[in-house]
Design a protein around this ligand. Structure first.
Ligand SMILES: C[S@@+](CC[C@H](N)C(=O)[O-])C[C@H]1O[C@@H](n2cnc3c(N)ncnc32)[C@H](O)[C@@H]1O
Length: 222
């Protein structure tokens, strides 16, 4: 089954999304969100979470006192995010925007965020949507602002990749049977971030699961 179909189904089952993503990540997704939140979020920091889904990363940032905007095109995912936020009684609950990445330009002002994050989203976008999103992220960040993107990544090397596929297959199958959800890995994100004009682009594998974080900074140039 193609990634496109996987993603369509993922977006059609928001109520089961959290269960599915925890299964698929081998229980590591919360640690990934916490890692990103520790890196960017603090009291009063303005954070934009692109493709926030059911709000896991947005809420991890808001719990650290950040002023979070969670943006997603899927009303069902945002409804779950809103419910989770209401249950947490945060001092500054996130603002939720139902918006596609191609509509960002019309809705959000330049230099209105200190940090922009996206988890398991870039791999879902078409190449032209990714390029647009990265250009917009640069426009929306203040000079010096941080960009942190996390996606699933297959290891380098044929043998490591084959072993990774073997290890992942049962988890994918179980997750799919229970929730009809999955994710798919992507390569080359750091280069795309560089091409979008970001500075200090770094790519790192994180200890929790098969994730790659690409982080960067918006330089001072306009
Ligand atoms: C795999 S989920 C990740 C959700 C969340 N960031 C997480 O870490 O669990 C991908 C999310 O990206 C959203 N998305 C996909 N394409 C989008 C687009 N073009 N504009 C806005 N959101 C989009 C989907 O609706 C979905 O909620």
């Amino acid at each position: 089954m193609s990634s496109y179909v996987y993603m369509k189904v993922l977006e059609s089952t928001p109520e089961r999304y959290d269960r599915g993503i925890r299964l698929l990540s081998g229980g590591t997704i919360d640690a990934l969100w916490a890692r990103i939140a520790r890196r960017v979020a603090g009291p009063g920091v303005r954070v934009l979470d692109i493709g926030c889904g059911t709000g896991g990363l947005s809420l991890a940032c808001a719990a650290r006192g950040a002023l979070v905007t969670g943006l997603d095109r899927d009303a069902g995912m945002l409804a779950v995010a809103r419910r989770k936020a209401a249950a947490q009684q945060l001092e500054h609950p996130p603002r939720w925007l139902e918006l596609g990445v191609m509509e960002i330009e019309d809705e959000l002002s330049p230099e209105s965020f200190d940090a922009i994050v996206a988890s398991l989203v870039m791999s879902e976008l078409l190449p032209e949507e990714r390029a647009h999103t990265l250009r917009q992220a640069r426009r929306l960040l203040v000079p010096g602002g941080a960009l942190v993107l996390a996606d699933e990544a297959a290891p380098a090397g044929r043998a490591a990749r084959a072993w990774w596929r073997l290890r992942r297959a049962p988890r994918v199958a179980i997750t799919w049977l229970l929730t009809q959800q999955t994710t798919h890995p992507m390569d080359g994100l750091a280069d795309e971030v560089r091409r979008a004009g970001f500075d200090d682009v770094r790519e790192e594998r994180v200890p929790e699961g098969d994730f790659l974080i690409v982080s960067a900074r918006r330089g001072d140039a306009p």
